[in-house]
Write a protein that binds this ligand. Structure first.
Ligand code: ARG
Length: 481
């Protein structure tokens, strides 16, 4: 029966204070069960720790504690196998589970909520949830970087133009380009790792906002739930959502990075570039134009980055005017958070698939990179090595480029005499300056395009990813316990 049909709040646990049922509109408006059911597993985990602690604290008998734990396990199974009867009249996941427990166990179920409020309960659920999803996100980022690393290994000898302002700038190895994205995504992974390392204090026991008069064993529930310690301030505990904010901020950054990577795939798969072709499994056709093969997957990723940004702004806005401590506005944290978690998870997965199956058109890239204009900087730096001030060298080469452009010439067609007409320092040493391989190899500084640098990076990153994988696996095993 729904609460609204009862005479005093019916199934609601606060029935005593009320003489009228909740208006059905209000019930629908305030219910969160349709989205906070995502927290079921975490809620039950917290409740089991709570039940055991109540037993150890002598607040309930050992038998009652066991009964509660057994009942919660039964509820967990129902949720797992899809037979749990979610009831919107019971507002949220916390009350749905407690009510079901009462159906199974009778009056003893009423002891579970001893010394607890939904305020510290939901904060606990969220902390447990964030700990899980942060780790899963780290794994997603690891897998994508693994794919990029594979592609980088295969493409040390594939050369393409690097771009600034989307204008051809200087030649680079495709490996160097993929490694650039690995760097960015590596910092993203580190952000989730850092944020997860801050989820170390357990909210359970903060009560509604001021703690409890009962002798709760907060250290014990904290330890059982894998936290280092209980939270230090009950008010902050129920009022704050910055752990969720941090996840969402980190996710918004990561989604923006995925969006930039996606944008390159969109550009590169256009006929204008034709640098890559997405696998059939990662593209779609047009319902009207038979010839089309569209890069929908990267486009959707690019589009979805907007959600991640919007979700972050939503929660920031929800929080900005709230006085301490818990306010019901906080319920608005969940949908944006869950949406961001899903969006990032799926985007990482499809991007990894799209890149793993990408057909790289090395010959098209090479053609674009063969434009000798890309080596103009090398000419200027040659003059610098001959003692010409860089500004002057830039000016000289600018004149050469202007000349060949006006005359429709190939930079490589200029004779030594013509070159020396622009600057006498262009002597025999300048002979193979316009050679692509030489240009790549001459950038042998840390961070440069020379083969030794790129190969050293490949090795270093392979080592980092392996170490990260081992750490993630260790944490996953810990979380599964
Ligand atoms: N569904 C609520 C939320 O997500 C749970 C806490 C409700 N607490 C309360 N005092 N009404 O925030």
């Amino acid at each position: 029966m729904s609460a609204s049909s009862g005479q005093n709040g019916g199934t609601k646990p606060w029935g005593g204070r009320f003489s009228e049922a909740t208006d059905p509109t209000v019930e629908r408006f305030s219910a969160s069960i349709h989205f906070d059911k995502v927290l079921a597993r975490h809620d039950i985990r917290g409740s089991k720790a709570q039940a055991r602690m109540l037993g150890r604290a002598g607040l309930i008998s050992d038998t009652e504690a066991e009964e509660l734990v057994g009942g919660l396990e039964r509820v967990a199974e129902e949720i797992e196998d899809g037979t749990f009867p979610f009831d919107p009249a019971l507002e949220d996941i916390h009350m749905n589970i407690e009510s079901r427990l009462r159906t199974h166990l009778g009056a003893v179920a009423g002891k579970l909520h001893t010394g607890r409020s939904r305020n510290d309960q939901v904060a606990t659920d969220l902390a447990l949830f964030l700990r899980d999803v942060s780790l899963a996100t780290q794994r997603g980022l690891l897998e994508l970087r693994g794919v990029l690393l594979e592609r980088a290994r295969e493409n040390v000898d594939t050369v393409l133009p690097g771009y600034t302002h989307l204008q051809r700038a200087q030649p680079v190895r495709l490996a160097h380009h993929w490694l650039a994205h690995i760097e960015t995504l590596g910092r993203d992974a580190a952000r989730f790792r850092d944020a997860r390392a801050r989820i170390v204090r357990c909210p359970l026991g903060a009560g509604a906002m001021a703690g409890s008069t009962l002798p709760l064993l907060r250290e014990e529930t904290a330890a059982e739930l894998g936290f280092e310690a209980p939270t230090r301030n009950s008010m902050d505990t129920v009022a704050s959502r910055d752990l969720a904010l941090e996840y969402m901020a980190d996710a918004a950054i990561a989604m923006v990075h995925l969006s930039r990577l996606a944008e390159e795939l969109v550009l590169w798969s256009s006929s204008e570039f034709s640098f890559v072709e997405l696998a059939d499994a990662y593209s779609t056709g047009s319902s009207l134009m038979p010839q089309k093969k569209n890069p929908d997957v990267p486009e959707i990723v690019r589009g979805k980055s907007g959600r991640a940004i919007g979700n972050l702004v939503t929660l920031l806005t929800v929080l900005k005017g709230l006085p301490l401590t818990y306010n019901r506005d906080l319920q608005e944290d969940k949908e944006p958070l869950f949406d961001t978690v899903e969006t990032l998870r799926d985007s990482l997965e499809v991007m990894a698939g799209a890149i793993a199956t990408l057909d790289v058109r090395g010959e098209r890239m090479a053609e674009a990179a063969s434009d000798p204009m890309l080596l103009a900087t090398d000419l200027a730096e040659f003059l610098v090595r001959a003692g010409v001030p860089f500004r002057d060298a830039h000016e000289v080469v600018g004149k050469i480029v202007g000349h060949v452009t006006r005359e429709g010439l190939d930079l490589r067609s200029l004779s030594k005499n013509e070159m020396q007409g622009f600057h006498e320092a262009f002597d025999a040493g300048a002979d193979d300056l316009l050679d692509l391989e030489r240009s790549l190899e001459s950038r042998a500084l840390a961070g440069g395009t020379a083969r030794v640098r790129v190969e050293a990076n490949l090795e270093e990153i392979a080592g980092e990813l392996a170490a990260e994988r081992a750490e993630i696996e260790r944490l996953e095993a810990e979380a599964a316990r």
